[in-house]
Design a protein around this ligand. Structure first.
Ligand code: COS
Length: 384
């Protein structure tokens, strides 16, 4: 749903210019230093990027899913690490509060998230609980008016920068499944939280993940999201469902960028006396990529519109994430192929994208989990 095309187009224009003028020129520096320069972080805050999805009455831009997707198409046209810095705050880190939080929780935290003063992370994955998220072992035991949290969360994006965690922990030890899990808002400076060393990753330098260790960490009972035990897994699933459309949109943007770079190279690079773009086998790679990017873009817009219309999009969100992330991997592979030997060396940045986009098929649910969600929903629908 697009509410006001004029305002949205102004936002898209400014994001497009920001990406081209500020972010693209800084890509190599971020890859070399593993840090996003502070002036870029400040500019992101000033542009309101941390508050894209937070409602306007809490100081954000309150974008609809369709509007958010269009912004992510633009943001995708540079290193994914830039998106990652504010992506957990506008996405999985804050959406639990937004979707299921109480009024008091929204009033307290959303304005701080919207301004970028508080970075939010989503703490679900554990050393022993990845795809099987419902088997998580972190415990939250009620003691008076606090929950005492113990456990370790793994691969938590933005953990080193987070001021707030949306934490999933087991409040009912007798219930080993999804129903025993509750979601909490945990402030970083609560005693008993240790952040591990940042992980050494294959790509996305500048985006940081780490373990988060909770040892007898006392979280106020008032911080249980929605004020009710046992709802945390469902909150996490709702958050991930939206996150999957967001990630799919980013995949489209990055694929468009890689394809634009590959096309520019193919038009300019000469072999056998002519630009390699004139060769039909290269054209096939360009055309297949164009077709797939277009298909993914249409899927994302359709799923986003349906979500904005209040439809249940669990299946469509997984279809988008599955297709767009796999498509992005294929486009990255073809882009390296078109660049040839130059695609394998670091000079053109295409090998960096190749490594960066590998993550899309893993986080917020692997491709195999998306297949499982889609098929299960089909079977359930058929049984109705
Ligand atoms: N919206 C609302 N509720 C949902 C939902 C959604 N999208 N998806 C599931 N639920 C509900 C179910 O309806 C069910 O509720 P009831 O018990 O009342 O029926 C409950 O949540 C449990 O769902 P389910 O039985 O499907 O859970 P499973 O443990 O079988 O597994 C999968 C579900 C595998 C799909 C889930 O664990 C998953 O998505 N895993 C991947 C986790 C992930 O993405 N990790 C990335 C971490 S963040 S980078």
């Amino acid at each position: 749903m697009i509410r006001d095309p004029e305002t949205l187009n102004a936002l898209l224009d400014s994001v497009r210019r920001f990406v081209q003028e500020r972010l693209v020129p800084a890509e190599q520096e971020v890859a070399d230093t593993d840090e996003i320069p502070q002036d870029i972080v400040r500019a992101m805050k000033n542009m309101g990027l941390f508050g894209l999805t937070v409602p306007e009455n809490y100081g954000g831009l309150g974008l609809t899913m369709e509007e958010e997707s269009l912004v992510m198409f633009e943001m995708g046209r540079t290193s994914p690490a830039f998106r990652s810095l504010f992506g957990t705050t506008v996405g999985i880190g804050s959406q639990g509060i937004l979707i299921d939080g109480t009024t008091a929780q929204k009033d307290k935290y959303l304005p701080l998230l919207a301004s970028g003063d508080l970075i939010a992370s989503f703490a679900l994955t554990e050393p022993e609980a990845g795809s099987d998220a419902a088997s998580l072992r972190t415990t939250a035991r009620l003691e008076g008016d606090h929950y005492v949290v113990n456990g370790t969360k793994r691969f938590i994006t933005n953990a080193p920068h987070a001021g707030l965690f949306t934490l999933m922990a087991r409040t009912d030890p007798a219930n080993k499944g999804a129903g025993g899990v509750s979601a909490f808002i945990v402030e970083r400076d609560t005693p008993g939280i240790t952040i591990g060393k940042p992980d050494k990753k294959m790509g996305q330098r500048g985006a940081h993940t780490a373990d988060v260790i909770f040892e007898n960490c006392r979280v106020p009972a008032a911080n249980i999201i929605g004020g009710k035990e046992g709802m945390g897994f469902k909150t996490a699933m709702k958050v991930l469902e939206k996150g999957r459309i967001h990630i799919a949109a980013i995949c489209v943007g990055v694929a468009e960028r890689m394809l634009a770079d590959a096309l520019a190279y193919a038009v300019e690079r000469k072999q056998f006396g002519q630009p390699i773009a004139e060769f039909q086998l290269v054209q096939a790679m360009l055309a297949d990529s164009r077709m797939e990017v277009y298909a993914a873009r249409c899927m994302v817009v359709d799923a986003a519109r349906r979500r904005d219309n209040g439809e249940n999009v669990a299946t469509e969100a997984s279809c988008c994430k599955l297709f767009a992330s796999e498509m992005c991997g294929r486009v990255a592979d073809r882009a390296v192929q078109i660049f040839g030997g130059s695609g394998y060396v670091a000079d053109h940045g295409i090998e960096r994208f190749y490594r960066d986009v590998r993550l899309f098929r893993l986080y917020e649910g692997t491709s195999q989990i998306q297949q499982l969600v889609i098929a299960r929903n089909m079977i359930r629908d058929a049984a109705r």
